[in-house]
Design a binder for this molecule. Structure first.
Ligand code: ATP
Length: 316
């Protein structure tokens, strides 16, 4: 089956700045595909090339088999793009915006159904300027979907939303995908990528450093698994350090700390059991997507769930 979005060796410069060096990925039918990376990694430039808003300096892009520049008119009918804040007139109401955008499409969705799905029905007559940040965000998603697109590109979907609104939006996007829409999602947020995306392309300094499912990315983290226990009887370090899945062993008092690959827990517990040793107070910490991100990019995001300028976001 042909990919819904195919990007091959994309290269884009702004003057002397290389924004996208060499980016390739494929998004399959029905996927929620994330583009994750630190500030300035080239994420927005990449999706703007996919949308036909920027002209690449090299490489090839196909969306639904179309060339975003040459076939722009046709693609506009089939690709939904989330508007950035400030692209709507302040005096326009929610209902007016949806009806206006509806008129641009051959097969538009029903504005009332979209308003209902996005919790905007009560705001139909509210002007854009009077909407809260979360309501503006939901309207931008509604406008991305008003043309009944086959593929939607959402850039910084939940930036500026509070944790509850963020979770509601994730649920909504899963519902959109369940209706058959393929979604390309740019995000700063580890939790968003982990919860929502089937696969993620991690982009760093204009290059793809990994493409995989969030769980497969975390499994690749060296020393990712951290196992802590109190052995019921003393044992020699070598019993565990000679296991291929174990990468390190330290002791703190009578506590043993073992690091290793995704299989380390199995390997450690079975060796201990074979020697009649009980691992008391056993605790296992799995690596997170954030650990994978740090391992892949060397960038240290802070933790939490704020907006782009608060904890949870990836910064330079
Ligand atoms: P962020 O997460 O901060 O939005 P990003 O990963 O989306 O970042 P881009 O916005 O694509 O990254 O920017 C990639 C690089 O290109 C950055 O160094 C940025 O400063 C530069 N850049 C982006 N747009 C322009 C432009 N219009 N003119 C000049 N340089 C630009």
């Amino acid at each position: 089956m042909p990919a819904v979005v195919e990007v091959r060796n994309l290269h884009k410069r702004y003057g002397g700045t290389v924004a996208v060096d060499d980016v390739s990925f494929r998004v399959e039918q029905g996927e929620i595909f994330g583009i994750l990376g630190p500030n300035g990694a080239g994420k927005t430039t990449t999706v703007e090339c996919v949308e036909g808003l920027r002209t690449p300096d090299g490489g090839e892009i196909r969306v639904l088999g179309l060339d975003p520049l040459r076939d722009r008119a046709e693609l506009t009918q089939r690709l939904g793009v989330q508007l950035q804040d400030g692209q709507l007139q302040d005096r326009m109401t929610v209902g007016e915006a949806l009806r206006l955008y509806r008129s641009f499409y051959r097969r538009p969705a029903d504005p009332r159904a979209l308003m209902a799905a996005l919790g905007l029905t009560a705001k139909e007559r509210t002007r854009y300027a009077d909407l809260s940040g979360g309501q503006k965000q939901r309207l931008s998603i509604a406008l991305a979907l008003i043309g009944s697109p086959e593929v939607a590109v959402l850039d910084e979907l939940t930036t500026g939303l509070d944790p509850q609104a963020r979770r509601d939006t994730w649920e909504l996007i899963q519902g959109v995908r369940a209706r058959g829409v393929t979604i390309l999602l740019v995000t700063h947020f580890m939790e968003e990528a982990e919860r929502l995306c089937d696969r993620v392309a991690v982009i760093d300094r204009g290059r793809v450093v990994a493409v995989d499912s969030p769980s497969a990315l975390t499994e690749r983290v060296p020393d990712g698994q951290r196992i802590r226990f109190r052995p019921s009887v003393p044992f020699e370090d070598g019993l565990l350090t000679e296991l291929p899945d174990v990468t390190g062993l330290t002791r703190r008092g009578d506590l043993v700390l073992v690091t290793g690959t995704a299989n380390a827990l199995n390997a450690v517990t079975s060796v201990l059991a074979r020697h009649g040793i009980v691992a008391e107070h056993l605790r296992v910490d799995q690596p997170s997507l954030e650990d994978a991100f740090v391992a892949l990019t060397g960038n240290h995001p802070t933790t939490g769930t704020g907006d782009a300028d608060s904890p949870g976001a990836v910064h330079d």
